[in-house]
Structure formats: C-alpha cells, structure tokens
Design a protein around this ligand. Sequence first.
Ligand SMILES: [Zn+2]
Length: 357
Amino acid sequence: MSANELMPFEIVNSQAAPHLIFVCDHASNALPPEYGTLGLGPDAFKRHIAYDIGAADVTRAMASAFAAPAVLATYSRLLIDLNRGADDPTLVMKLSDGAIIPGNAKAGFDEIATRIARYYKPYHDAIEAQIARARTASITPVLVSIHSFTPEWRGAKRPWHIGVLWDHKDGRLALPLMAALRQESDLTVGDNQPYAGELENDCMSQHALAHGFVHVLIEIRQDLIGDGAGARKWADRLVPVLHKALAHLNSSPTKDAPMNETTRTEIEAAAFRRLVAHLQARTDVQNIDLMNLAGFCRNCLGDWFKDAAAERGHDVTKDDARARIYGMPQAEWKARYQKDASPEQKAAFEKAHKNHR
Ligand SMILES: [Zn+2]
C-alpha cells in the first residue's frame, strides 16, 4: 500500500454495541492513487458504475440513529466489487455499460489476487471483526446492507422507490421489513427488485447467511438520495420502519398464525415424549408417590397409550405399551428401581383410593 492510500474500509461508531451492523459495499467512487482513473473519464466516477450514489450518506445517518457500527468501503466497485464472491467472474469488471475499462482490461490472475489481498479481504475482515466483537459481548447481530439503484435501466423507468433484497432461505427480517414499508402508502416497494438477492457468496451470504444471522439488503433509488438532504430524509424515514420490522422479528413469526391440526398434534406428541423422558430419567420418583399425589402412575400412562392406539385400530399389548413408558419391560424397571413401599406410603395409597372411589 502506498503512503497516500487509505485503509480499504471505514468504520463508523466502531465501539458501539453491535446489535445492528450496517455495511455499505458500494459507498465510494474513489480509487487508490496508483490506479489513476483506470483510464476512464471523470464522468464515469459520477455514475452508478463507480458507486451507489447516496448509499454512504444513508448508511451513516442510520448508523448514527441506531447508535450502531457501520462498515463502509473506501474504494470504488470499479477497483473490485466487494459485493461478490472472491471467485465471481464480475469481481473486477472489464466492461462497463459495454465500454472497456482500460485499467481493468488487462488485469490477470496476479493483479486480481493483489486487489483481493489489499482491498477485498481487509474489508470483509473488518465486517467479521464487528461480528467477533458481537460474539465477545454475547450479542447475536443483525446485518443491514445499504445500496442504491439507478432510476432507469436500458431506457425503462424503474417504478420502485425502494427494494428489499433477500434470499428465500431466510426472510426473517426481509418479510416484516417489506410489510412495514408497504404500510407507507406512497411507496412502491420491490420484493427482490430491481435485483434478485440470491447471489452466491455476496456480502450478505458471506457474513449473515453463513453464520445464520438475521439480515437484509436495502436498495434505494438514487434520485431520492442523490444529495445530502435527500439521504437524511430517507434515513429518517427508514429508521422507524426498520425499528418496526425488528420489533416484529422479536416475536415469533408464526405466533399469530392459526395452528393447524398436524402442528398441534406434533406439539402435543412432543410434550408427551418429554413427559415420558422425564419419568425415565427420574427413577427416584416411585409409582406409588405419583398415585398418592396425582392419582396416576407410569402404568396408567402405558394403559392410556394402549387405549389411544386401540381407538385408532392399533392392537398394542399392555406390556408393550408400558414398556414404551418405562423405556424397558416393566418387570425390569421394577427390579432395578422400585423400592418397597413404606407403611406411610401404603396408608396414603389406601386413603387416596378411598377418596377416588
Ligand atoms: Zn450496490
């Protein structure tokens, strides 16, 4: 790295508790001095091919509002695209809008390896360092990636104000976020628009999907955030929406959904299996104590199993049914764990039976 070079990433609020970690892969249109302009004219650096216009301002404002750390790229995607897997063929773009990028056209294996080592890896390591900080503090972080998109593509206007990009493997935050955004009646919200959010080894799949962390990628249309005022306005607008989505996330997504018959049966069965496992572990608990206290014992559970099976046309013998509860034949359990009943237990048993008759 030459003396004039910056670190390839910038961290905002580096000491803030990393409950939320913001990332902005396409924050900057700058290049390290040794790369000059990659042979491109100055106009190229004002456009989307160099960076996501407005995304850095939105990221900084949101990180500030949430008092959260943010990792922002220092260099342009023209140098290396941080939102790609290291083996992606578009990692270093040779063409942009159909025109050759002279400074990239001849970049071979060695040059790409150099850019990965100097600019790509440190950026991704910086994100992992924030995740490591979270782990040290026993925090499970949520990752939010901020991008922007052009208002037009190949002559067609893009209708969305904002897009939520996500992988169908994990919609824990994307779904409540889209629901919250759609409550804002003036917004057109893209679901995996203008791009699909399932790019293998992109930034969110490397740092969030791979670790199982809740995450989302937000794309905002550039004309809305192209100046500082617009970016601040949109950050102000998104902060409560993201809060709402995060609050929804904390409650189970299926909490309010009606439970279907199969699910209910599975849950009941799971509770029954846990009861049986508990009784198998607690060999100190005697059947006579269960009977005296609660009027049932392991044998009763076995008999209830037998009755339930018979109602459904399954002929399970009494011994088989009881063995399911004991985890072994009843006689074996009795030999191993059953203690002689004390006179007090016997007296209590007599009394309990009398009361139940
Ligand atoms: Zn982007």
